[in-house]
Ligand binder design. Structure first.
Ligand SMILES: C[S@@+](CC[C@H](N)C(=O)[O-])C[C@H]1O[C@@H](n2cnc3c(N)ncnc32)[C@H](O)[C@@H]1O
Length: 202
């Protein structure tokens, strides 16, 4: 019965995604790394976004993540370069634009939390694009902010190491030591989550 329900939900996203969103249907198939993001990482981020003026940016919008916009108490912003993905973005605070040009969209020191999951290797695929991505992230994130990066390190997705991106070093890895997250990096097959903060503030 559950399998049939999930098949219908998946089909609905293929045939009528807007309807799926309007009806509040969550995309049913969740990988292990998706469950980790939604449960473990989001619970920790709740503790970072625990003040009235907190703002969170989620980069890349998709059927798997459209419901995140009502998951957090903080003011939620989304951006995706593909106009067809706007239906999965925040109702009021979605921008159609590139993650490689973030300073054109957002203010310096705006965000307490930025989540960039499935963007590197899924559109931001070249080292020069990554340089622009991290330089922009560093500008728009508060000095006390948290960047959650989820990316694929498979050679079929990116042909460079993040460590070779100069602007990546504007950030440093850290372990949250909160909500059971004792590591700075979690690896699920070829999907990696890294917790980053501005370099030199630790
Ligand atoms: C694999 S999906 C991940 C979506 C979402 N972040 C999530 O975790 O469910 C990748 C998304 O990133 C978007 N994307 C790729 N390159 C981008 C860029 N340069 N700027 C903004 N969005 C981009 C794609 O259009 C696509 O919607």
């Amino acid at each position: 019965m559950l399998k049939l329900k999930n098949k219908i939900k998946t089909l609905l996203f293929e045939l009528a995604p807007r309807l799926a969103v309007n009806w509040g249907v969550e995309f049913p198939r969740k990988s292990e790394n998706r469950l980790f993001l939604e449960h473990d990482i989001f619970k920790y981020l709740d503790t970072v976004l625990n003040h009235e003026s907190a703002q969170c940016l989620f980069i890349g919008t998709d059927k798997r993540s459209w419901h995140y916009r009502s998951r957090f108490c903080a003011k939620f912003f989304t951006i995706d370069k593909d106009p067809s993905k706007a239906i999965y973005g925040d109702v009021h605070n979605h921008r159609i634009g590139s993650a490689t040009e973030l300073t054109q969209q957002y203010m310096r020191d705006q965000f307490d939390v930025i989540i960039a999951n499935g963007v590197i290797g899924f559109g931001v695929n070249h080292i020069d694009q990554c340089e622009d991505l991290f330089a922009g992230l560093e500008t728009i994130m508060k000095s006390s902010g948290v960047l959650v990066l989820g990316y694929s390190d498979s050679p079929s997705r990116i042909d460079f190491k993040l460590e070779h991106v100069k602007s990546y070093h504007l950030f440093e890895k850290f372990a949250p030591h909160s909500n059971g997250l004792e590591q700075s990096e979690y690896v699920f097959d070829d999907h990696v989550f890294v917790f980053l903060r501005r370099a030199g503030i630790g």
